[in-house]
Structure formats: C-alpha cells, structure tokens
Design a protein around this ligand. Sequence first.
Ligand code: NAI
Length: 335
Amino acid sequence: MSHLVTLIPGDGIGPEVSSAARRAVDATGVKIEWEISELNADLIFKTGESLPQSVVDSLERTRVGLKGPVTTPIGGGFSSVNVALRKKLDLYANVRPVHSLPGVATRFQDLKIDMVIFRENTEDLYSGLEHEVVKDVVTALKVITRTASIRIAEYAFQFAASTGRKKVTAIHKANIMKLSDGLFLRCCREVAARFPAIQYNELIVDNAAMQLVVRPETFDVLLLPNLYGDIVSDLAAGLVGGLGIVPGANMGDYHAVFEAVHGSAPDIAGKGLANPTAMMMSAALMLIHLKEHAAAARLQAAIERVYAENKHVTGDVGGKASTSQFTEAVIAAMA
Ligand code: NAI
C-alpha cells in the first residue's frame, strides 16, 4: 500500500534537507506518493497570503506532512507561517526527541542524554496578540487555557506510560506568572495524579536551564508551554551536538506534520553544507506514525551507523561531508 504525504520543501536549507530526507525515505522501500506543496517566504511576500490555502488543502487531504523550515522576517513583515499552520490544523503537541548520537563530539561526551520534549504548540505568547498601547508602549498577550494545557500534559504522560519512560518534569515560571503559568502547572499536576507510576517533578524555567547544562542525563520527559519549549529545545539540541540532529513532530488529533527543530539557516543555505539528519530523523518519526516501524528502524539505524563510522558527516558536527555525501552514505548503509 502506498501512503500519500505532503512534502513542503520550505526555504533556506529546507529544499536541500527535505530532498535528502525524501531520498532516504524512498530508499527504505516504503511506497510514498509525495504531494509537493510550496510554502516559502518569497511566495508569501508575492501573494500576500500568510498561509496559502493550497498547503492547507493538501494537508487536509493527506493528513501527514514532512516539512522543511520556512523563514519568518524578524521584527516586522508577515507573521510566522509555521505558527499559523500549527494553529490552523490544531497540531497541539510538538514532540522533540533529543538524544546523543554515536561519534558526535559534544561538551557532554561521556553522558548518555535521552530526553523527549513536549512543547504546547498553539497558544502562550505565540498568540500573536501584540498591541501598541501608546507610542513606545507595547503589550503582548500570553494566552494559557485549561484545554490546551490538559491535552499537552495528557499527551506527554501517555507517551511516557506507553514507552516505559520514568519521569515527567513540568517547566514553568509560576512564581512570577502566577495565573497563566499557575494554570498550566495545575493542569500538569491534575494529569500527573492519574499516572502514579510515573515520577512527576517541577522546575522553574531558569533553574531548568541550569540543570539541563549541569545534569542533562537526569532529564527524561520535559513538559512545557510554548515559549519555554521553543527555547529549551534549542538548548537541548546544543547538548547533543546542535540543531542539525534534532527532529520533531507536530501532532494533532487529525493531522501530523514532521519537521526538524532547526530553522531555514540562511547563513548556509544553497551551499550544500546543511546537515539533513534532523529532517531524516523527522521522516523516521513520520514512518512510525504511518506504522512503517521496520522502515523507520532501518533508517534510524543507518543514520547512526554513518555517525559511528564518522567518515561522511557534515561540518556542523565536525566532519567534511556535503549534504549529498551524507545522504549517499545513509542510503548505502541501508542497502
Ligand atoms: P536556524 O535554526 O535557522 O539556525 C541557527 C544556527 O544553526 C545557524 O548557524 C545555522 O547555520 C545552524 N543550523 C541550523 N540547522 C542546521 C542544519 N540542518 N545543518 C547545519 N547547521 C544548521 O535559526 P535562526 O537563524 O534563528 O532562524 C533562521 C530562520 O528560520 C528565521 O527566519 C526563523 O524564523 C526560521 N525558523 C523556522 C522554523 C520552522 O520553519 N519550523 C523554526 C525555527 C526558525
């Protein structure tokens, strides 16, 4: 049986890493009918449509997407199309597994880091509700709801229970944002009470940042509102070797869109330098979602073998290989 999947190349390094991921998925032998859907900064500037309907229509049809990064202008211009897509399809759980890869030199070489980040994906300061009250005074609305907080907490605990994970850490700033983060925390506690076999603890976000650097191996499942989840994801990526190797999944009840944690990396775009590992591992998560477990395991094992051999890895992780040389090596390792 073939699967219908929307492939969104994105922009910046997106087309390079998504085409690498597509080649790697095709090499697993799983039959995928790719529906290519363009979503990039140029298109948005040209059409003025911040989330082109064609992308939404394609994902409504396929229900599964593999997405490259899309640039968002900084300090002006159009709003983030990535945030818009997550809200439009109600992709409420952003799941990001962060683990050490063999052979990747990091500052934490001797530690086994293996954590999964659950970031609420639809609200918080990403509501986009900013107002200029008077000239030079701006407010931004942080929206936290019980519905969204409960469902991300349930998603994280159910994941922990079904995968044998031992501990969930809720991360917050409820000492200062007593109402908003306070509500998030109350929801986490309520869900935690239903999972007595899983250890539950809480950390204030600034302390969590420090603990993650000092004792990263003690973290298991992390549960965070949107903004802290975004920041902590990049911090966690730094622990295991950088943004080039951390995958992600945006999960809703009806749709799933798989994408790397990293952005469009304009500094290296078009140069053949981008590391496609994060996109390939996002594609492996997609294969699991499509119930192609053997293919997902084969792809993941091939990536790990290429890292263990350490001959064909890209510059960001200390190697000299180009995007396509790494891709060829992964495909060869699967053969
Ligand atoms: P970024 O993740 O694009 O880059 C940060 C640093 O990591 C850069 O030095 C880059 O070269 C490096 N890097 C990232 N991915 C890499 C890879 N696969 N291989 C090797 N090196 C890699 O973050 P930045 O610079 O903050 O954002 C650039 C643009 O991307 C912005 O417009 C931002 O809004 C957008 N963005 C889009 C996301 C998405 O589409 N989901 C997520 C994050 C950012």
